[in-house]
Structures are given as C-alpha cells and as structure tokens.
Design a binder for this molecule. Structure first.
Ligand SMILES: [Zn+2]
Length: 194
C-alpha cells in the first residue's frame, strides 16, 4: 500500500510518468487496474473512492494507492479521526466527541484506544520525521502525557513538512507521513523514514 494525494488526475499523471516509487524496492510504479470501490465517511458526507492499483517495474509487486484522506482499515476520513484525537487530549470524553462528530461512540472509543496504545511509537516515529524534514529542529517538547506527546510530535512533523513543501491539511499530511498505518496495530509497523 502507498499513500498518495486524493486528486485522482494528479495520481494518474504521476503513475503515467513513473513519478511514483515502489515502497518495497524504490522502483518505478506503473498503472495496474483498480482495487475495489469503498465508501469513506467524510465530514462533508460519504465519498465513494476507487483506489488505483500500481505494479512495480522493478520487483513486480503490486500496491494499492490509497488517498491521503484514508487510514488503513478505517472507514472514516483521517481529519475526522484527527479531530477526535485532538478533542480527547483537550479533555473531552468519547461520548461527547462522538456526538459532536456524528460518529458511533464505539467507533470513537476504538480510535482513541488505538491511538493511546500506540502513543509511544507514534511519538518516536513522528519525531524522527520532524528531524528528517528539519535537521535544525531543537526537539519535541514533552506535552504532559503519552497521547499528548504523540499529538505534539505529529504537529511538529507536519509543521516541518509544511515549511518545506507548502500548505497541507494537517491530518492528510500526518496520514501520508504515517504511510496510512497511524491507527493500525503493531502487526502493521510504521514504514521506514527515508
Ligand atoms: Zn518494487
């Protein structure tokens, strides 16, 4: 799997020109059909996505190209999930957050649990990204708890990304940096930071 931008025409052009790189071997990716259609629950309503598949010209491996709106195995848009994480760290409970976002409370609880379980790893991973993106960076300040530290590391890494590459929506950038596995369990490790 590879996280790409949500603009389908741009992805198509990048695939055609060999600009997308294989996450396994760094070879060039070319078009290879489509993955099954899926519905993503977005803040603006449901959105039907038909992710592109790509095949590597080097290792012949195939990869699903997932828009940076989606996290692996999550049905909700990453910015909605991100808003829930921010609200939790600001002190809200999962019931209130669920009501505010119009999402089932068990779904919200699942996101928050997963984020908390992986908070230490998330902090380390995004801090590494922050330093790669901005070697001048002094470090990430502790924010007071495991989950708050993880969110702070994400914020610092995204800020470093934006300073380098231009404006980007925070959680979409975070999704891309995480390789889409921000809320997966440890059987889906974060990708290597290159
Ligand atoms: Zn490859």
């Amino acid at each position: 799997m590879l996280i790409v931008c949500a603009e389908e025409e741009r992805v198509e052009a990048e695939l055609g020109s060999g600009a997308l790189v294989c996450p396994s071997c760094r070879g060039r990716l070319g078009p290879w059909g489509y993955a099954r259609r899926r519905v993503l629950r977005c803040a603006s309503g449901n959105r039907s996505l038909r992710p592109r598949r790509a095949r590597c010209r080097g290792c012949a491996g195939t990869h699903v190209l997932l828009a940076d709106l989606c996290l692996l195995r999550r049905r909700d848009e990453v910015s909605v999930i991100g808003r829930a994480i921010e609200a939790k760290i600001a002190g809200a409970g999962h019931r209130v957050i669920a009501e505010r976002l119009g999402v089932p409370k068990d779904t919200v609880r699942g996101w928050l649990r997963r984020f908390a379980l992986r908070a230490g790893q998330t902090r380390v991973y995004f801090t590494r990204w922050a330093v790669v993106l901005d070697p001048e960076l002094g470090g990430v300040m502790p924010a007071g708890s495991g989950v708050a530290d993880a969110l702070e590391a994400i914020a610092v890494a995204v800020r470093a990304w934006v300073l380098r590459f231009g404006v980007g929506e925070v959680w979409r950038v975070a999704c891309w940096l995480s390789g889409g596995v921000l809320l997966c369990n440890t059987s889906c490790p974060f990708p290597l930071v290159r």
